[in-house]
Design a protein. Structure first.
Length: 230
C-alpha cells in the first residue's frame, strides 16, 4: 500500500499574512505538519503543494519534497482542497507514480497528535471507508441554536425550545486538520466528504481553527499545555 501526504500551502493568505510560514513558538507553523507526517512513518512521500518560493524553501528545509509548483489556477481564493489534490496526484501519474491513499494535512495544524493520524488511517483501512478525518463535539446542542432576525433572537427550530440538553442528539464539526482518503474513490465521487466517510472523535484541546490572531494565541496556549511547557 502506497501513501502520499499532501500539505497544501499557498502564499496568498489574507487574514493572517504569510500565515503558513509565520513563526509558531519558534519555527514556521508549516514545520509542525511536515515533521508530524515524516515522524509518523505512514507515508512513502511527504510533499508540499505551493505557489510560493519562500514556502518551498522552508518546506524543503524541514524535510518535505516540492517536486513542482502549484498552478496559478489552483492558487486563488476559489480553488478547493480537492482541486489541489487532483493536481498533485495527476502530476505523479504523469511520472507513472500512483498512490492508493492520500492524506491531506493542513499547514496550520500544530495540535495534531500522531496517534489520531494513525487511528484515522487504521479506520480507512479496516473500515473500508472512502475517507476519514477527526471531528469535535459541539459544546452546546445545535438544535437549540439562535439566529438574529431584525435585531431579535429567534430559534432555528422552536420545537426544541423546552428540550433538555441531555435528550438531544450530539452533533460534531470537522476539526479542519487532515483528511485520509482512498484517492480513486474520492476523485470519482468529487468530494472528500462521502456517504462512506469515517471519523475519529477528538477532544477540543487537540483542535483549533486559526483564522485570526486571537485563534493563533489560543493555539499556542493549547500547544504549550499539551507539551507541558506552559
Amino acid at each position: 500500500m502506497s501513501n502520499l501526504c499532501i500539505i497544501p500551502a499557498r502564499g496568498g493568505s489574507k487574514r493572517i499574512l504569510r500565515k503558513n510560514i509565520k513563526s509558531f513558538l519558534g519555527k514556521p507553523i508549516i514545520a509542525y505538519s511536515i515533521e508530524l507526517a515524516i515522524k509518523s512513518n505512514l507515508f512513502n512521500e511527504v510533499m508540499v503543494s505551493t505557489d510560493d518560493t519562500e514556502i518551498k524553501e522552508i518546506a524543503i528545509k524541514y524535510g518535505a519534497k516540492v517536486p513542482f509548483m502549484r498552478s496559478a489556477k489552483n492558487s486563488n481564493d476559489f480553488a478547493t482542497t480537492l482541486d489541489v489534490i487532483e493536481e498533485v496526484t495527476s502530476h505523479y501519474k504523469h511520472l507513472n507514480i500512483h498512490f492508493s491513499n492520500v492524506c491531506c494535512i493542513y499547514p496550520c495544524a500544530p495540535l495534531i497528535q500522531t496517534k489520531i493520524l494513525h487511528d484515522c488511517y487504521t479506520l480507512l483501512m479496516e473500515g473500508n471507508s472512502y475517507s476519514t478525518f477527526p471531528i469535535v463535539e459541539y459544546a452546546n446542542p445545535i438544535q437549540r441554536a439562535f439566529k438574529l432576525s431584525n435585531g431579535k433572537t429567534e430559534m432555528f427550530d422552536e420545537k426544541y425550545a423546552q428540550a433538555r440538553s441531555q435528550d438531544l442528539e450530539k452533533a460534531y464539526f470537522d476539526s479542519g486538520q487532515f483528511y485520509w482518503m482512498d484517492i480513486d474513490k474520492v476523485i470519482e465521487g468529487r468530494s472528500i466528504y462521502t456517504k462512506n466517510s469515517g471519523c475519529v472523535v477528538i477532544d477540543t484541546i487537540y483542535a483549533q481553527d486559526i483564522d485570526n490572531y486571537d485563534d493563533w494565541t489560543i493555539a499556542e496556549m493549547k500547544y504549550k499545555i499539551l507539551n507541558n511547557s506552559i
